[in-house]
Design a protein around this ligand. Structure first.
Ligand code: R5P
Length: 310
């Protein structure tokens, strides 16, 4: 009974089985539905008293998912779980990391505070750390952020060359530089200006290699898809013969993946952090050691109140 128990609030998450196998967890079962008024019903079917519990959550489009997650985490604790950790391969609400205009909510900070009261530890992949140096700046629970780049690198090794890595903007330099160092592939980095949620412009440096290679656009997340779409347009303008788009997290808001396909890219690939048609590389082997580390070190639940202990 020392195995952790893994619960997921959604069926068919692509990471569910590989993660369960990789951390040696027992399957946690729940019954959930909506009442006619839209409120959540939740029942935990697996015994959890004295067990360490892990929640796997897909936090893409998170607003409707957060309350059920909170209910599950609290219920597990009330039923005697000795710790409740969260594996959120895609960590939402990381991009609004400052008030760009007076009065704007810094939702990354607020969400981090809420989640820190809900679970005992957090494991994620490539959270969008732009103005924060680490999750510890906003999360008060132990956390681990793994990089999906080794998985992307293994996938990249199967692509036919010659390849040129293309980072759309300064932020993506870290990922293309990491991949370039590991693979010996060349890379270029563009300049991006964001004018609105759906308006970006991309300028790429002049580089002869673009016309002689398959360009591999690399980013952490594809959301509206406009960063990738504008990068594809810039590559096409200078005669790129073949393009591939790769990202750790594929949100694909407003059918962004279809728009990217119609823009003529030859291949679109993401990790399995978010379910979808483009999952091409598995994060489970990278997430599992971080989960095991936190399961071993986090111990009992700091969130247990005396009333809940029996
Ligand atoms: C930005 O800094 C990120 O690395 C991505 O480039 C960006 O979030 C992608 O967003 P979208 O797909 O909406 O352009």
């Amino acid at each position: 009974m020392n195995n952790p128990v893994l619960f997921a609030l959604e069926n068919d998450l692509p990471l569910h089985e590989p993660l369960q196998a990789a951390i040696g967890a027992d399957a946690g079962e729940i019954d959930q539905r909506r009442f006619p008024d839209g409120e959540s019903y939740l029942r935990i079917l697996s015994p959890v008293r004295g067990r360490r519990c892990v929640l796997l959550a897909n936090l893409c489009r998170p607003d409707k998912k957060f309350l059920p997650l909170l209910f599950l985490a609290h219920s597990l604790r009330m039923q005697g779980a000795i710790g409740v950790g969260l594996v959120a391969p895609y960590l939402c609400y990381m991009r609004q990391d400052k008030a760009f205009m007076p009065g704007e909510a810094v939702t990354s900070r607020i969400f981090a505070e809420l989640l820190s009261t809900c679970v005992d530890w957090l494991v994620t992949a490539d959270p969008h750390l732009h103005r924060y140096r680490s999750l510890d700046e906003i999360y008060t629970i132990p956390s681990r952020a793994i990089s999906g780049m080794p998985a992307m690198q293994a996938w990249l090794a199967q692509q036919k060359g010659p390849l040129l890595l293309v980072g759309p903007d300064r932020e993506s330099q870290q990922w293309v530089a990491t991949l370039a160092k590991a693979t010996g592939l060349p890379f270029i980095v563009g300049e991006k200006q964001r004018h609105g949620d759906r308006e970006v412009s991309i300028k790429l440096p002049a580089d002869d290699r673009i016309t002689n290679a398959t360009s591999v656009i690399v980013d952490d997340v594809i959301s509206s898809g406009h960063t990738v779409l504008q990068t594809l347009a810039a590559l096409r303008d200078v005669g790129a013969p073949r393009t591939i788009c790769a990202a750790v997290h594929g949100i694909f808001a407003e059918s962004a993946d279809e728009k990217i396909r119609l823009a003529g890219t030859n291949l679109l690939a993401t990790s399995n952090s978010i379910p979808g048609n483009h999952c091409a590389f598995d994060l489970a082997p990278l997430l599992a050691p971080a989960v095991q580390d936190l399961l071993a070190s986090a111990g009992g639940s700091p969130h247990i109140t005396r009333d809940h202990q029996t």
